[in-house]
Structure formats: structure tokens, C-alpha cells
Ligand binder design. Structure first.
Ligand SMILES: *Cc1c(COP(=O)(O)O)cnc(C)c1O
Ligand SMILES: [Zn+2]
Length: 338
């Protein structure tokens, strides 16, 4: 069942709209939640589907390209042991595959065979790949200035491209209009996407010997990695207490609405300005669940940190100097750690 996080209105799983009639986002509510424990993990499955008992979709409809179970690499750094979770080793190159695998599987279960999605990068590539595998027809709305590399990747998977003039926000407005007639499989709105991203934390729990690290440092734009942190911990903590990590969310100073909301009051924080950043994947000026993201970070006693462009470049080089080659968006985490 789906439930509105704000007005608490309920909808069936196969509700065809991407949000509540009140305009806010929906959350997935499990009806009989399984206890989180090793015995409910399918340990011979080496993908996120080893957690199928916690995923909101029947395994019969599974669309998987082998996503998840990524390495956790320990690297001594600044007199600490830092662990890198290498999600760039997912099939299309980012953690988006976790959420998109679950979302596209759910679409199969719902018998939805034609979707639209908007993205300027990794989510579009992931959606195109999983839709190709699922034989689902898919159109990705992208800002006019999206890099040719990403557009080629999306088109090679067989998805259609709809280039929208103007900013990333203009692309979103255009997609919302089209959503009146086609299923809008938005990774930023869909609760099924978040349910898939949760597997990141189930893996950490296994890799840290049924516990968690002290601190978690992540890049945030919309904040799906923070939102799914809360959802996953809720499930894990039902079983037994574990170490409660602080979560540190890093933004590029050039586009940092969550940073401003964290420092000030969310409602009082005025519309922040947006400048170009090399961390393209997190250049989000109006995160859909921004207030929830900030609350989760506060509750964990973590923080939102904003970093300069120069620091992001340095982070990129520092990581590469240890043998970890990442994209600038991910390098904000390195910059934030320093
Ligand atoms: C999408 C993406 C992010 C940001 O995810 P949000 O849900 O927008 O916070 C960060 N890093 C990479 C590599 C991404 O692809
Ligand atoms: Zn509502």
C-alpha cells in the first residue's frame, strides 16, 4: 500500500499517479514486514534481490542486471580507516541501478509498458537500461545541454530522448505536463525507487558484520541516499539495536539548498541561487522531500556540508591517487571528508 507522507491518504500499490492528490510524495507501507535477519536474506543470490523479502515487488516480475553487492574497500586516510562503497561498479555505473531495478520490476507487476522519466544523467541511463531489459517503452526528458555521452548511452539502450530547452527545472515542468497522460516513473518521486536504494544499507549491515559504521558520508541532490537510510534503519532496528551512524550529506556550494535549510530554518530559508557545478548529479535546486532529508540528518546528529568547486576537483584527484576513479558528483564526499 502507498501512503502520503503528509496528509496520510492511502492508495493501492498500483496507483497510476506519481504523487498524492494533495501534491506531496507517497511512501511505501509494507503490510507484513519481515524481521530483518540473516535467515531472511537469500544468501546464494549475489544481487540486491538477496533482500527480496524486504522488497515491495513479487520476485516473479524481477528485472535485474546484476546490480548491488558492490565492494567495500578499506583505505587508510587522514589517520582513519575509511571505507569506500564502490557503487560505480553497478551495471550502468551508479547506485541508481538499485532503485531502478525495483521500480522497473514493479512497473512489470503493474503491467505498465510505457513510461516517461526526466534526468540529466545517471538515472536516465539506468532507466533506459532496465526498460530495455524489461521490454518497456521509455522516453527520457533531458535538458538541452545534457552531455552527448549520456544521450548516446540512453539512445543505445533503445530509449527515446526528448530534449527540453532551458534549465533542469524546465525539463521537470515539461515532464510533469506529459505525466497527465503517460506513467511518470520518476526516480525522485517514486517510493519504489527508495525501497531499492535501501539495499545499500542492508549490504553495509552485512559487510560491517551485522552492524553499521560510525559515520556515513554521501553526496546529496534530492537526497535519496539519506531518505533510504532512514527507511532501512527502521527495518533493521526492529530486529535488534545496532550502532547508530551519523549521516553527513555533502553538497556543492554552487547549488546547496539543503545546506542552507540545515543552517537556517527550512521554511525561512529563502530561494537559494544556483550556479554551475561540476557535480552535475546533485545540482538540484528544489529537492522534492528536502524537509524530510534535513530532519533525518539532524536526528542522526550528522550535518550538511557545502564544498567549493576547487575542493571537488581536489577530491577527485585525491581519490584517483588511491586508485579510486569516480565522477565529480561522487568526489564531493571526498571534499566534504577533508
Ligand atoms: C543521482 C546521484 C546522486 C544524487 O542522488 P540524489 O537522490 O539526487 O541525492 C549522487 N551521486 C551520483 C553518482 C548520482 O548518480
Ligand atoms: Zn497527501
Amino acid at each position: 500500500m502507498l501512503i502520503c507522507s503528509r496528509c496520510k491518504k492511502e492508495y493501492p500499490d498500483e496507483y497510476s499517479r506519481y504523487r498524492c492528490i494533495c501534491g506531496y510524495c507517497l511512501e511505501y507501507k509494507h503490510n507484513k514486514e519481515k524481521i530483518f535477519s540473516k535467515t531472511n536474506i537469500v544468501t546464494h543470490d549475489w544481487t540486491i534481490w538477496r533482500y527480496k523479502n524486504y522488497l515491495p515487488v513479487n520476485e516473479r516480475f524481477k528485472i535485474s542486471l546484476g546490480e548491488g553487492l558492490t565492494p567495500l574497500v578499506k583505505i587508510p586516510w587522514l589517520n582513519h580507516n575509511i571505507y569506500f562503497k564502490l557503487d560505480y561498479l553497478c551495471p550502468t555505473g551508479s547506485f541508481k541501478d538499485r532503485g531502478i531495478s525495483v521500480l522497473v520490476s514493479k512497473l512489470k507487476e503493474m503491467n505498465v509498458n510505457n513510461i516517461i522519466e526526466d534526468s540529466s544523467g545517471n538515472a536516465g541511463a539506468a532507466m533506459a537500461a532496465y526498460c530495455a531489459n524489461a521490454n518497456t517503452s521509455c522516453t527520457i526528458f533531458v535538458p538541452q545541454n545534457t552531455s552527448l555521452g549520456k544521450i548516446n548511452q540512453i539512445m543505445m539502450y533503445g530509449a527515446k530522448i526528448n530534449k527540453v530547452p532551458g534549465s533542469r527545472e524546465d525539463t521537470y515542468i515539461e515532464t510533469e505536463k506529459a505525466a497527465e497522460i503517460v506513467y511518470y516513473a520518476s526516480h525522485n518521486w517514486s517510493p519504489y525507487f527508495l525501497e531499492g536504494v535501501e539495499t545499500l544499507y542492508y549490504e553495509l549491515w552485512e559487510q560491517f558484520d551485522e552492524n553499521m559504521p560510525d559515520n556515513i558520508i554521501v553526496p546529496v541532490g534530492q537526497g535519496s541516499i539519506v531518505l533510504s537510510f532512514e527507511l532501512a534503519l527502521r527495518k533493521i532496528l526492529k530486529e535488534r539495536p545496532i550502532r547508530l551512524p551519523k549521516i553527513f550529506a555533502i553538497q556543492a556550494k554552487n547549488c546547496a539548498p539543503l545546506y542552507h535549510a540545515f543552517k537556517n530554518d527550512f521554511k525561512k530559508s529563502k530561494m537559494v541561487e544556483k550556479r554551475d557545478t561540476i557535480a552535475e548529479g546533485i545540482a538540484t535546486i528544489k529537492p522534492v522531500r528536502g524537509e524530510e532529508v534535513v530532519n533525518i540528518i539532524r536526528k542522526s546528529k550528522g550535518a550538511v556540508i557545502a564544498v567549493e568547486e576547487k575542493e571537488i576537483w581536489e577530491g577527485l584527484k585525491l581519490a584517483a591517487g588511491k586508485g579510486i576513479f569516480i565522477e565529480p558528483t561522487s568526489a564531493v564526499s571526498i571534499a566534504g571528508m577533508h
